[in-house]
Design a protein around this ligand. Structure first.
Ligand SMILES: *Cc1c(COP(=O)(O)O)cnc(C)c1O
Length: 377
């Protein structure tokens, strides 16, 4: 890191943004301004296009962090007597279960070990066993450990059973392929500050038009009512309530760069290279990823913490930060881990520098033992 420069964020949102994205925030916009409202409209069209939603899907943006949009989607797009199956392999799945409890939606958890992907076969079985289930709420990429769940297979199972599917694609949107033509869903939720590389502050819900149009009166909350937000926006071109203007302008710039880069396949490819450089470099220091390669998404990698008694996450974090990088704590309940994000306006060279910073940090803290003493071959 050059002295005085800001550290690189290796957290899965907020993340490191490009100068052009930050530059876009240097202007103040009025919420009534037609030019600003054209930005919102163009963004919504582009976001629908990213999943090939055509005319059957619309995008409803919402103020707030990603969770606000997840809560709004469940509250608006499922009726109050819905019964929602939640395949659970981590913290963000558990957040959906918590949202269901707050909203008074009946939820059924389908527990899955946090190092494994959700299984379409298990969901198929759960739906056959309990026909009273009306919806499935599926996290696409469980950011807790970094597992990618098989969305296409799960969507097909939901379609076969005639169940609604709501997808939390917060940390996959833009990086992992999502195509509604082969992965039909009722709604999909993502946000500005993840793989699109905008700044945090707004989420958006890409919803099937027919489902959204039939959802009036479901929402428990005025501010979280996506039906009302959509209806008002259709009528006036404006956001209901004060829009996060700078965030919208930054996301417009970020999506322009995303499209210029080559869209999802190219963005996903860059993250793949970041992930590989990270995992290979960390392996040379003795670190093992928590996940098997088959379920590891190229967005965030969970590593086993060093087994050395001198290891302490806070001190390790501080030492790495001093060298220019912000790590992320682990989010697993049973074992000590830490996480490193591969996303943001960074490339694989940066990831190799991260590994060097980690190596130097270990040395400065006197941490010698990284892997367990005895290891099955
Ligand atoms: C980031 C994220 C969210 C939203 O978290 P916020 O802190 O509210 O932005 C939801 N689900 C997943 C899978 C995420 O990665």
């Amino acid at each position: 890191m050059i002295l005085g420069q800001e550290p690189i964020l290796l957290t899965p949102g907020p993340l490191t943004t490009s100068p052009a994205t930050r530059q876009a925030m240097l202007r103040d916009w009025g919420s009534w301004d037609a030019q600003f409202n054209r930005i919102t409209a163009s963004l919504c069209r582009d976001l629908v296009d990213i999943v090939h939603g055509g005319d059957d899907y619309v995008c409803v943006p919402l103020q707030g962090s990603g969770t606000f949009s997840v809560e709004a989607a469940i509250g608006t797009l499922t009726p109050r007597n819905a019964r929602i199956l939640v395949p659970d392999n981590g913290a963000y799945c558990q957040r959906i279960l918590k949202i269901c409890r707050y909203l008074g939606r009946d939820a059924v958890a389908l527990p899955i070990p946090e190092d494994q992907a959700a299984s379409a076969a298990a969901i198929d079985e759960a739906l056959s066993r309990d026909p009273s289930i009306t919806h499935v709420a599926q996290v696409h990429l469980e950011t807790g450990a970094g597992v990618l769940n098989p969305l296409a297979d799960i969507a097909r199972v939901c379609q076969k059973h005639g169940k609604g599917l709501i997808v939390d694609a917060m940390s996959s949107f833009g990086a992992v392929e999502i195509d509604v033509r082969s992965m039909p869903f009722d709604a999909l939720i993502a946000a500005s500050g993840k793989c699109l590389e905008g700044v945090p502050g707004m989420g958006f819900v890409i919803a099937k038009k027919t489902v959204l149009e039939a959802s009036g009166g479901n929402s428990h909350s005025l501010a979280m009512d996506l039906h009302d937000q959509y209806t008002y926006m259709q009528k006036t071109t404006q956001w209901r309530f004060t829009p996060p203007t700078h965030v919208v302008a930054a996301l417009r710039a970020a999506v322009d760069q995303f499209l210029a880069e080559g869209g999802q396949p190219v963005r996903g490819g860059r993250y793949q290279r970041n992930c590989r450089a990270l995992v290979d470099g960390m392996a040379s220091l003795g670190f093992r990823p928590f996940l098997d390669a088959e379920v590891q998404a190229p967005v965030i990698v969970t590593f086993h913490a060093p087994t050395d008694s001198k290891y302490d996450f806070k001190a390790f974090y501080a030492a790495v930060r001093e060298r220019g990088y912000i790590l992320y704590p682990g989010k697993l309940t049973q074992i000590e881990t830490f996480r490193v994000g591969c996303i943001g306006a960074i490339d694989d060279n940066e990831m190799r520098n991260v590994v060097t910073a980690i190596s130097q940090s270990l040395a400065s803290l006197g941490i010698r033992r990284v892997a367990p003493l005895t290891r099955a071959a």
